[in-house]
Write a protein that binds this ligand. Structure first.
Ligand code: KG4
Length: 316
C-alpha cells in the first residue's frame, strides 16, 4: 500500500510518500526568517503557495502518480491554526478529486511512530523540537503524554538563548558547538516538576549571567545544555520506569544534538534497554512520518469522514 502525507503544523511544509517498509520520497520547504519565530499567517501563505510545486516534486521523486496512492494523510495538529487549515484543505481537496480515503494524524505521535519503520516496536519517545517537548508512549492502546514542557519548547529556549548571544537562527547547532568548548559548569535552575519540564527559568538565568559579563559564553552554553538535557533524560527515564518499556527513541529537530544523544545512550545502556534515533530528515518535521502514521492508522481500520477533517479555527 502507498500513502501520501502532508505535514504543515508550523514553518515547514513537508510532503512524503511511503509504503509500510520504505520512504519513497520526503520533500520539504521551510519558511525561515533571520530572527527565527513563526508568524502563523505567513506560515499559512508559505504552505498555500508551495503545496502544488512540492506535491509535484514529491510524486516525481517517488516515481508514482497520485492515482496510485491508497490513502491521503495530513497533520491535523497540534500546530498553528492558519497553517493547519491550509494543509487540511489541500488534503481534503485531493481526497475529493481523486476519490481517496483521508486520515488526520497527530503530529507528535507521527514523530514517534515513524521509528517503527526501522523495527522499533513499542518505545518511550522523547520528542524535542522548537515548539514541542514531550515524553510520550503507548499505554493501553492509546498514546499518553507522560511529561511535557510547561512553558517553552527546548528548541525555542536554545534558539532564544542563541539569539541573545547574537548567534542568529537556528541556534541549536551553534550552541552545541560552543558547548563543546565549555570547561566549567555554571549553576542554572533545574526544573522538573512532577513529570513535567520548564525551560524558561534556565533561559532567563543564562541570559542574565551572560549580560553580567562575568562568565565565558562557552561555559554558559555547556551549562545550558547539561542542565536542560539532564531534565529531559530524567523525565524520559521515569516514563521508562513507569511503563517498563525497553526501547527509547529520540525525535524532533533537537535530536540532532550529539550531547543529548550521548546522555540518553548512557541512561538506556545503564538500564539495559535499546536507544534509537531515526535519520535526521525523519526526525525533523516531515511528510513521510505523517504518511507512515496515516497508513498504519488506515490499516488498523481507522476511517475519517470529510467533516472530521475540517479545522474549526478562525482564519486571521
Ligand atoms: O523539529 P524542527 O525541525 O522544527 C521545529 O519545531 O521548529 O526543530 C527545529 C529545532 C530548532 O529549535 C533548532 O535550533 C533545533 O531544532 N536544533 C538543534 C540542533 N539542530 C537543530 N538543537 C540543538 N542542537 C542541535 N544540533
Amino acid at each position: 500500500m502507498l500513502a501520501l502525507g502532508i505535514e504543515g503544523t508550523a514553518h515547514t511544509l513537508g510532503i512524503g510518500v511511503v509504503t509500510e517498509k520504505e520512504v519513497l520520497a520526503n520533500v520539504f520547504d521551510t519558511l525561515t526568517t533571520e530572527k527565527g519565530g513563526i508568524h502563523p499567517k505567513e506560515a499559512a501563505e508559505h504552505h498555500a503557495k508551495l503545496l502544488r510545486p512540492l506535491l509535484k516534486k514529491t510524486l516525481k521523486e517517488a516515481g508514482v502518480s497520485i492515482e496510485d496512492v491508497d490513502v491521503i494523510a495530513f497533520s491535523q495538529g497540534p500546530g498553528l491554526g492558519p497553517a493547519l487549515r491550509v494543509v487540511a484543505t489541500a488534503a481534503r481537496a485531493l481526497a475529493i478529486k481523486y476519490n481517496k480515503p483521508i486520515v488526520g494524524v497527530n503530529h507528535c505521535i507521527a514523530h514517534v511512530e515513524i521509528t517503527k519503520m526501522f523495527g522499533v516496536k513499542d518505545p518511550v519517545g522523547l520528542y524535542v523540537s522548537g515548539g514541542n517537548t514531550q515524553v510520550l508512549a503507548l499505554e493501553g492502546g492509546k498514546y499518553r503524554v507522560f511529561g511535557e514542557t510547561l512553558d517553552i519548547g527546548i528548541g525555542n529556549a536554545i534558539d532564544t538563548f542563541a539569539r541573545e548571544l547574537g548567534l542568529g537562527f537556528p541556534g541549536g547547532p551553534k550552541i552545541e558547538k560552543l558547548a563543546q568548548k565549555g570547561e566549567f559548569y555554571i549553576e542554572l535552575p533545574y526544573a522538573v516538576k512532577g513529570m513535567d519540564l520548564s525551560f524558561s527559568g534556565i533561559l532567563t538565568e543564562a541570559v542574565r549571567k551572560y549580560k553580567s559579563g562575568k562568565y565565558r559564553v562557552e561555559d554558559l552554553a555547556y551549562s545550558f545544555q547539561e542542565t536542560a538535557f539532564a531534565a529531559l533524560v530524567e523525565v524520559t527515564e521515569r516514563a521508562v520506569a513507569h511503563t517498563g518499556k525497553e526501547e527509547v527513541v529520540l525525535v524532533g529537530g533537537v535530536a540532532a544534538n550529539n550531547r543529548l544523544r550521548e546522555m540518553l545512550k548512557m541512561m538506556t545502556e545503564d538500564r539495559g534497554i535499546t536507544f534509537f534515533v531515526p535519520p535526521y530528515d525523519l526526525c525533523r518535521d516531515n511528510g513521510a512520518m505523517i504518511a507512515y502514521t496515516g497508513l498504519r492508522m488506515f490499516k488498523g481500520g481507522i476511517r475519517f469522514n470529510l467533516e472530521e477533517t475540517i479545522v474549526k479555527q478562525k482564519f486571521r
